[in-house]
Design a protein around this ligand. Sequence first.
Ligand code: NI
Length: 143
Amino acid sequence: MPQEDTENKQRFSFTIERELIETLDALIRDTDYNRSMVIREALSHWIDHTTRDKGISGQGLATISYVYDHHEVRLISELMEAQHNFDDVIQTTSHVHLDHDNCFEITIAKGDLDRIKLMGDKLRQIKGISSFTVNYAKSEIKV
Ligand code: NI
């Protein structure tokens, strides 16, 4: 068995929702992946994505999508508050009722990308929002 290079590695622990870890375990079963490999790869993607997004500024467009449980009154209230606070960049929001509990929303934003990023950060931090995705597109639009 090959000796693992542990010299440049550091062990750390974190807390994760049980459902998420069960999904992960089900997906890596019968593959060559283990939990550590997936976490490393996911972290690497996140760092790439975040580094790229940090370099974006000026005017542009973005799509932001997420899923949430519409029964969560606190979440809905925070979501509405954030959407109204950023009505200067939000162009439109489409809402799809996924099933009895879950809703999917996609927002199209236009304007100052620093402001759009701030909105994305606020939405991402709302507890209970999942499958959060944001995509930026820089453009030369006049707003
Ligand atoms: Ni809905």
